[in-house]
Design a protein around this ligand. Structure first.
Ligand SMILES: *[C@@H]1O[C@H](CO)[C@@H](O)[C@H](O)[C@H]1NC(C)=O
Ligand SMILES: *[C@@H]1O[C@H](CO)[C@@H](O)[C@H](O)[C@H]1NC(C)=O
Ligand SMILES: *[C@@H]1O[C@H](CO)[C@@H](O)[C@H](O)[C@H]1NC(C)=O
Length: 336
């Protein structure tokens, strides 16, 4: 059964761009989850603004800084000499399958209503690929993030970190690979007052392959994590700690993935503990299970179940058997 479905979907691969999987009814191709359904309005990015195409760092920096809505198309490879600060009401969208950011990463800081799609972001120095800080309504979709996992947890930083009271974010259809620390939500156990009641994030149809930790790791927030594919996630994939709540459903874990989901408070030594090489002890988080997951050979350690039992919005759940082929087909750049 599964082989047949894989074969059929693979045959459809060339059609993926022209005929998105969304139109096959298997998954949503448009913004879905907390970036769409939230109390302050759907994320629309630069909609309604003019479109500009940029192929160098100076033009990109200038376009991302203007007031008012703007759609910024990024062409080819750009090495950023400084972090790209993205002001409110912007869409940053890669052209074709070769838009590539390297050097410094992207900052969505004190901002709102930002869309980042179809960009490869690789080997970012000294900081995250994307930091979303004190910002609301952000959609990170169909990007590719990569570096070199052999450098360990601290040579490169996070891929998509969501911190300091940020809220209403969706991270969808991204391809995260060959990197240690993927996505951190809440970056310090002492920021309870800033972060509590915020950090609502939806993760769906992301493909994680050959990763270390944080797929994602959350503190103080709520994350709905569905239909993601994890292959060789080496240490700790979904980790909920410091009173964080996750709702985990319809995900697939494969290969050498060690721990699919846990809610104990220990930040393992293989992550990036702050105070002791033996790991940091925090309060436990909470985890709830919705639709069935396929854990493969990975372990699950839920120490407390919470109150986040159902997504507060409508969403399209891909049938579990189809998650692996659909995510492999749809995630990453050159697909939209
Ligand atoms: C963003 O756009 C909305 C509506 O289009 C507008 O009301 C708002 O003021 C804009 N935000 C900023 C900070 O420019
Ligand atoms: C958060 O961002 C808002 C703008 O959206 C700003 O007014 C506020 O000062 C920022 N807060 C902090 C703590 O930086
Ligand atoms: C789950 O984690 C807790 C806290 O670290 C530990 O005491 C317990 O033995 C673990 N359970 C399993 C089944 O691994």
């Amino acid at each position: 059964m599964r082989l047949n479905l894989v074969t059929i979907l693979s045959a459809l691969a060339p059609l993926a761009a022209a005929s998105p999987l969304g139109s096959l009814g298997l998954a949503s191709w448009d913004v879905e989850g907390f970036a769409k359904d939230n109390p302050i309005g759907a994320t629309t990015g630069g909609k309604g603004g003019s479109t500009v195409t940029v192929d160098n760092a100076a033009d990109l920096q200038a376009a991302a800084a203007v007031d008012g809505p703007k759609i910024i198309r990024v062409k080819g490879e750009i090495t950023l000499p400084a972090r790209l600060k993205i002001s409110p009401n912007k869409s940053i969208i890669g052209v074709g399958s070769s838009a590539h950011i390297t050097g410094k990463g992207l900052d969505v800081v004190d901002s709102t209503n930002v869309i980042i799609r179809n960009l490869k972001i690789s080997f970012i120095e000294d900081n995250d690929c994307i930091t979303i800080r004190n910002s609301t309504r952000v959609w990170v979709d169909h990007n590719e993030f990569t570096s070199d996992i052999t450098k360990g947890p601290d040579f490169y930083d996070g891929q998509v970190d969501i911190i300091r009271g940020s809220d209403w974010v969706t991270v969808s259809w991204n391809y995260f690979h060959d990197h240690w620390k993927s996505s951190l939500i809440g970056n310090d156990p002492s920021f309870r007052d800033i972060d509590s009641n915020h950090l609502h994030v939806t993760y769906h149809h992301n493909y994680w392959r050959n990763m270390g930790t944080r797929g994602p790791a959350g503190r103080f927030g709520h994350q709905h994590i569905y239909n993601n594919l994890y292959v060789d996630f080496l240490y700790q994939a979904i980790h909920s700690r410091s009173d964080n709540q996750v709702l985990v459903e319809g995900n697939v874990f494969r290969g050498k993935t060690r721990e699919a989901l846990s809610s104990y408070g220990l930040v393992i030594p293989d992550d990036s503990p702050n105070t002791c090489t033996c790991g940091d002890e925090e309060l436990d988080g909470y985890a709830n299970l919705g639709a069935r997951n396929d854990w493969g050979k990975a372990t699950v350690n839920i120490t407390q179940v919470g109150t986040f039992k159902k997504a507060p919005y409508k969403f399209k759940l891909t049938p579990l058997l189809l998650v692996e082929p659909v995510v492999k087909l749809g995630a990453g750049i050159g697909k939209i």
